[in-house]
Design a protein around this ligand. Structure first.
Ligand SMILES: [Zn+2]
Length: 192
C-alpha cells in the first residue's frame, strides 16, 4: 500500500486496518476489481487515452472535431479538460514529458504517432496543453520542430494557469477559458 503515490506508511497502515475490519468478501471484491482493471483496460489505438475498447469513446465520437488535436501529458489532463465542457476536438496523450533529469526521452513518449497524424494531412490544429514547466516547454518545442513545416495551426492554451501549475489542479473555469483563448504557439517564444 505504501508503494502507491501519495500514500505514506501511516496511511497505508490505516487502509490495511480498515480492510481487516471489513468482511472478507469486501477485500475479494477489491482484489478482483484491481485485477479486472489491469486486465481489461487498454490504451486507445488512436490517442493513447485509457479505454476498455480498442478506440476510446472520445475518438469514436463522430460529433467531435477530429481535425483539432489537444496534446496532453496524461489521462488526468483529458479528464480535467473534459470536465470544462469547452472542448470539442480530440486528444493525443503523450504519456509523460521529455525530462533529461528523469531519463525520459522523446522515444519513450507517444510523439511519433502524433507527428504521423499531422504528416498524413488529417489535422487542422494542434493545441499544446502541457503544464508550463521546463519539461512541458521542452516537449512542446520538440514536437513543434517536427510539425512546424506543416500548414496547420499550432496553438497553446492561454496561461491563466501560472507557471508550474499542473493542469489537473486548475479550476474548470480557468482551464475552460484558457482553451477557448488559446494563442499561437510561435508567439510564446519568438520574441524572447
Ligand atoms: Zn482515443
Amino acid at each position: 500500500m505504501s508503494q502507491l503515490p501519495g500514500i505514506g506508511k501511516r496511511t497505508a497502515l490505516r487502509l490495511v486496518l480498515h480492510l481487516l475490519k471489513q468482511p472478507k468478501e469486501q477485500t475479494s471484491f477489491l482484489s478482483q476489481a484491481l485485477l479486472n482493471m489491469r486486465a481489461d483496460i487498454k490504451f486507445c489505438e488512436s490517442c493513447n487515452n485509457i479505454s476498455d475498447t480498442k478506440v476510446c469513446e472520445i475518438c469514436a465520437n463522430s460529433s467531435r472535431n477530429h481535425q483539432t488535436i489537444c496534446v496532453v501529458e496524461d489521462i488526468r489532463d483529458v479528464m480535467a479538460i473534459e470536465n470544462t465542457g469547452q472542448y470539442k476536438g480530440i486528444y493525443h496523450v503523450l504519456g509523460g514529458k521529455i525530462s533529461p533529469i528523469e531519463g525520459v526521452g522523446p522515444s519513450q513518449l507517444n510523439i511519433s504517432s502524433l507527428v504521423e497524424k499531422v504528416k498524413a494531412g488529417k489535422v487542422v490544429e494542434i493545441i499544446f496543453a502541457l503544464s508550463s514547466t521546463m519539461e512541458g516547454d521542452t516537449t512542446n518545442f520538440y514536437i513543434y520542430k517536427q510539425i512546424a513545416e506543416s500548414e496547420i495551426i499550432i496553438s497553446t492554451i492561454a496561461r491563466g494557469i501560472s507557471v508550474g501549475d499542473e493542469l489537473e489542479y486548475a479550476d474548470e473555469i480557468t482551464l475552460g477559458r484558457s482553451i477557448l483563448h488559446r494563442v499561437p504557439f510561435e508567439k510564446t517564444f519568438k520574441n524572447n
